[in-house]
Design a protein around this ligand. Sequence first.
Ligand code: SAH
Length: 248
Amino acid sequence: MSNPVHLIGAGPGAADLITVRGMRLLQQADCVLYDALVQPEMLAYCPQAVLIDVGKRCAKASTAQRFINKMLVDAASKYARVVRLKGGDPMLFGRATEELVALREAGFEAEVVPGITAALAASADAGVSLTSRGVARNVLFATARVGEGESASDWISPILAADTTVLYMGVRQAEAIAKALLGAGMPASTPVLVVENAGLPACRQWPMRLAQLPDVGDWQLDGPAILLLGQVYGEVLRAAQDGLRQFA
Ligand code: SAH
């Protein structure tokens, strides 16, 4: 039987935040197709492999995804050990379903190796639990990105109902997101934490209130960033205001 294609979570970027299983599979790979969010240091685990950069631009996501699926199937036909290395965890906003379906339809086995998702790396950097006892009993992983045929309001009501929300792919639309949430009745005082480059030495954090979130759109952020919302971030906000903690 041939080897399965492995969809591996690279974690948030640092070379030592991939799983041992993921690293071992990289060390044995013949071909590695990797994302824009994967850092060059991680590719040092697989100098023997043919490397294919399939980093896609947001604007053309759907066409690009079909192309990636095709490249993945082509690689699986050509090489014995194929790795698809994806930022964070493959199963969270990672288009894993499309790639798994494409591989299986083409007759290839596929297996997933989990990775540390950005929400967890950002929480570790901030030192704030997503579920601080007595403050938050649930966490929502969400995006405000609306796909074709979906209603624009679908993403708002779950956020209003959640104790803690982690918003992926939201920083560029920070202004529109803040306006929509405020318009739907979320208190302007809701604590928000913006974390850029979570899990990396270049990590930066900005605690603020929801009312200040629209300003984020004007910032020049270099790396990927995530928005964390909820009362659990009240503590870092107060500490920052009191000058007890330094950020950015
Ligand atoms: N599968 C990935 C998410 C891909 S969607 C995961 O599990 O993490 C891409 C979004 O993830 C980015 O827009 C950003 O919001 C977030 N992201 C990914 N890596 C990040 C990092 N190191 N720091 C902060 N946010 C990150």
